[in-house]
Design a protein around this ligand. Structure first.
Ligand SMILES: [Zn+2]
Length: 504
């Protein structure tokens, strides 16, 4: 009878996902489900239905506490294997810290659950799992790919997608974030190490008085008074953001990996209570932390990792009583390369990178600046319609009537930022320049006009810049054997007029 009661608590998609996982046990499945979709609930149900001794692995204290609590609430008798906890050898489910497991005897198990299994390629996980070759293996994650974007096929054989986050937003389980992209650092030339930008170089570009002031200003405009978490690059950066908020009389606190546990809990409690409005952190509140009432995420931490992008924004999306939506203020340019978190990705188990193969389908509102999908006819925030104003039609030339008029400074500034981020991404990945041209064309339906590595505003280009662009087109025409007229046509596409005598 108890089992029946528990099953009735599952949402439809959760029940479907649990059944699919149970059908595919021999395939070492990953249960993919967005943050906030009830991943732990589904896994707990699977543990219960399988009814065998179980090892549940996680890498953070918060995740371990949560899992054990949930399992025990289901009457499943869970023990914890982690430093500082009394172990319980009789427990049917052992919830274990990865770090602890590496060093001690492994408990016997017929089922191994790997929470946040996008980490599972790490050697520590591999060493542990090699002792459980006879057990059923199930991975759990919201982001089924490693930090460098590659798939998890070396350990898992199947992906079961419980739900897509856009579906969960439509059904009210999650809030679809309203995203504003603001000033972002120029990351061109910053190196990528192990799938992400090197922190030192990132901090130097990101932690500037100008950008930090812009963070506070934008927050006042878009999210004033809302419970907010800011994601910073490093400790110094996080402290600087906290300080900038305090100077503006906003109650703000900082925390990082060295903050004592009791202090961290107190800070987060003050955030929950509303006594503190902004908590700034670096790499602490990404996984395994959950405050459903969180209303705003400030992304000040640029990342080349799609995984980290999704993890950060996942924090703010959970629906909860009395919350009127989720706001994301992107000061890192992350949306320019990774897009909205509600878009569906082509997940793969293979070694290919996830996420960069498709156009982002992203548009910036010409009126309020919100980022939204090109599939939407109007801005969901203010109702601005790109078609009516001729804003961002997909056509190869920028000179279409109405389009130049619409192409104001803020629109150009947005394009410039996108260009800079795409270029940083390209350089970090070591792709050829053509890659950036393609990406840009995908986004805006026009080719970027670039002089000396900078995007040129066609409306404000100087005669010297135009001359340079024309010379470049002539060079391309010569190199590729096109007729000279090709350069003139391209020039007209770029600037809306034929090359004049002074240009030629
Ligand atoms: Zn708008």
């Amino acid at each position: 009878m108890i089992a029946t009661t528990v099953r009735q608590q599952l949402r439809d998609y959760q029940e479907r996902a649990v059944e699919q996982v149970l059908e595919k046990l021999d395939r070492r499945p990953i249960l993919v489900s967005p943050t906030g979709s009830g991943k732990t609930t589904m896994a707990t149900e699977i543990v219960e239905r399988l009814g065998v001794p179980t090892l549940w692995m996680a890498h953070r204290k918060e995740l371990i506490d949560q899992a054990a609590e949930r399992l025990n609430a289901h009457g499943l008798h869970a023990g914890i294997l982690m430093a500082g906890y009394q172990s319980d050898p009789d427990a049917r489910v052992q919830v274990a810290s990865v770090q602890t497991l590496v060093r001690r005897n492994k408990p016997p198990a017929g089922l191994v659950i790997v929470d946040e299994c996008h980490h599972a390629a790490a050697e520590t996980y591999q060493n542990i799992l090699s002792e459980y070759t006879g057990a059923v293996l199930i991975g759990l994650t919201a982001t089924p790919f490693r930090l460098d974007g590659r798939g998890l096929g070396d350990l898992f054989g199947e992906m079961i997608i419980a739900a897509w986050s856009d579906e969960l937003c439509d059904s009210g389980v999650l809030h679809k974030p309203r995203v504003w992209a603001s000033k972002a650092p120029d990351l061109r030339g910053v190196r990528v190490v192990a799938g992400d930008y090197s922190i030192g170089a990132l901090a130097a570009r990101t932690n500037t008085a100008e950008l930090n002031a812009d963070i506070v200003e934008t927050w006042h405009k878009r999210a004033a008074g809302r419970r907010t978490v800011a994601f910073a690059v490093d400790i110094e950066h996080s402290e600087a953001i906290t300080e900038a908020f305090r100077r503006a009389d906003v109650p703000a606190e900082h925390l990082d990996g060295t903050t004592p546990r009791s202090e961290r809990d107190a800070i987060l409690q003050r955030l929950a209570d509303g006594e503190t409005v902004v908590v700034s952190n670096c790499m602490v509140l990404t996984e395994g932390w959950d405050l459903p009432a969180l209303e705003c995420a400030i992304i000040a931490r640029p990342t080349a990792s799609l995984n980290l992008h999704l993890q950060m924004i996942g924090r703010v999306m959970r629906a909860c009583h009395g919350k009127d939506g989720a706001i994301v203020l992107d000061h890192a340019g992350n949306h320019h390369v990774h897009g909205l978190v509600t878009r569906r990705l082509d997940y793969t188990l293979s070694d290919e990178k996830v996420g960069f193969s498709e156009p982002l389908g992203l548009r910036r509102c010409g009126q309020c600046g919100l980022l939204f999908e090109t599939s939407e006819p109007r801005c969901p925030e203010c109702g601005w319609a790109p078609e009516a104003s001729g804003g961002q039609r997909r056509r190869p030339a920028i000179h279409g009537e109405g389009e130049l008029a619409e192409f104001d400074d803020s629109a150009f500034e947005y394009r410039r930022q996108v260009w800079v981020q795409i270029e940083a991404q390209r350089q970090a990945a070591g792709y050829k320049p053509g890659w950036s041209y393609y990406r840009f064309y995908d986004r805006f339906g026009v080719a970027p006009i670039v002089v000396a590595d900078e995007l040129v505003n066609p409306q404000k280009a100087t005669p010297a810049e135009k001359a340079e662009v024309y010379r470049e087109y002539l060079r391309i025409a010569a190199a590729k054997g096109y007729k000279p007229g090709w350069a003139a046509y391209r020039f007209r596409d770029a600037f809306g007029h034929w090359p004049r005598r002074e240009v030629a």
